[in-house]
Design a protein around this ligand. Structure first.
Ligand SMILES: NC(=O)c1ccc[n+]([C@@H]2O[C@H](COP(=O)([O-])OP(=O)(O)OC[C@H]3O[C@@H](n4cnc5c(N)ncnc54)[C@H](O)[C@@H]3O)[C@@H](O)[C@H]2O)c1
Length: 326
């Protein structure tokens, strides 16, 4: 299969590239390297350079995306502006990428008759903190004037547009809603909590918990998430549907900070920073965000293989190797 991955030099996209290259596919990556890094593709290129094509470009470039879509059997659309800090501080440009980029990809897929996976997010559920969000759960979203929700709004509209292409134009599309996904290659710069805590702990700096730390989250290992995507695209019954992907095991952010300090053997203190200091005025957060994964499990047999301890250990190992190499 020839797969076009938008955002393929990013965290999830590069792991998906590794998986697809490993199973014999050819991958074209379209990425503007705004948060992605070319080093993320080193392993895939070392393994089979001739099957990894990298194109630096913008996913909103309709002519380019159209050309690439015609050469592909499948598009996995991951390119997006992500991370709470980036969304908060560059809201307009983020909206443009996250809305226009998806429109361009969907129209190109339609024109080319190419199957497509569209990455949405668990953020679409907003402040709904029920214990086990299903794909049908309601969205509870704050004011449209709070830029914090603009990412969720854009992704929700992306889903609606995708669904319209499926319903009215016969597009073969799958929508995925990854929950918090983490693992090696993720960076803490834009607000991702696990790599940020690990970076602080390894540097012996205070581990900074935002808010009370009593909010709980569920973290999925990136290898589980890309495995789920690869399985879904090979499952004909998945097309036309939306799927949560994640790991339902829950932990509070205080518990996460504690675990990171313990597993890294760090002496860092854990300190609390209020939301306003961390993110600026008007920031809202949800108390809990837990996926119900029975839909994807029922269809494909998906079950997470990696625990939070595995995730933390794999990131610590990556950071130690990088520290030695630099
Ligand atoms: N990591 C998570 O926890 C998570 C959770 C839910 C959904 N998602 C979704 O998964 C996808 C991948 O996220 P990620 O965590 O790998 O983040 P990432 O930032 O590592 O990946 C996004 C990639 O898109 C690229 N990109 C951004 N704007 C672009 C543009 N205009 N043109 C071309 N490329 C562009 C970036 O350079 C980057 O490589 C995103 O769509 C994100 O919304 C991620």
């Amino acid at each position: 299969m020839h797969v076009l991955i938008t955002g393929g030099a990013g965290f999830i996209g590069s792991h998906l590239t590794d998986l697809l290259i490993g199973r014999g596919d050819t991958v074209t990556i379209l990425d503007d390297l705004s948060t992605g890094r070319i080093e993320n593709l080193t392993a895939a290129r070392a393994y089979a350079r001739e099957r990894v094509e990298f194109i630096q470009g913008d996913v909103t470039d309709a002519r380019l995306v159209n050309r690439l879509a015609h050469q592909a059997d499948l598009i996995v659309h991951l390119a997006a502006a992500v991370g709470v800090f980036r969304i908060q501080h560059d809201t307009l440009r983020s909206l443009h990428t996250n809305l226009r980029g998806t429109e361009v990809v969907l129209e190109a897929a339609h024109q080319a008759g190419t199957r497509v996976v569209v990455a949405s997010t668990s953020e679409v559920y907003g402040k709904n903190d029920c214990d086990g969000l299903t794909e049908e759960s309601d969205r509870i979203i704050g004011s449209p004037l709070l830029s914090r929700w603009s990412y969720a709004e854009a992704k929700a509209i992306d889903e609606t547009i995708t669904y319209q292409y499926v319903q009215h134009l016969g597009l073969q599309a799958i929508i995925i809603r990854p929950f918090n996904t983490t693992g090696p290659r993720q960076r803490g710069r834009y607000g991702m909590v696990v790599p940020r805590f690990i970076q602080q702990a390894l540097a012996g700096e205070p581990v900074t918990v935002y808010g009370t730390g009593e909010q709980s989250r569920s973290f999925g290992h990136v290898l589980d998430i890309v495995g789920a995507i690869a399985t879904l695209v090979d499952t004909p019954a998945a097309y036309g549907q939306v799927f949560n992907i994640g790991n339902p095991a829950q932990i509070t952010i205080n518990g996460l900070a504690q675990k990171v300090v313990e597993r890294s053997g760090s002496r860092s203190p854990i300190i609390h920073v209020d939301y306003e200091t961390a993110y600026g005025p008007g920031f809202e957060d949800m108390q809990r965000r837990v996926p119900d994964i029975s839909k994807i499990s029922g269809l494909t047999g998906y079950a997470p293989r990696f625990s939070l301890d595995d995730i933390i250990d794999s990131i610590i190992a990556e950071r130690r190797v990088l520290a030695v190499a630099s």
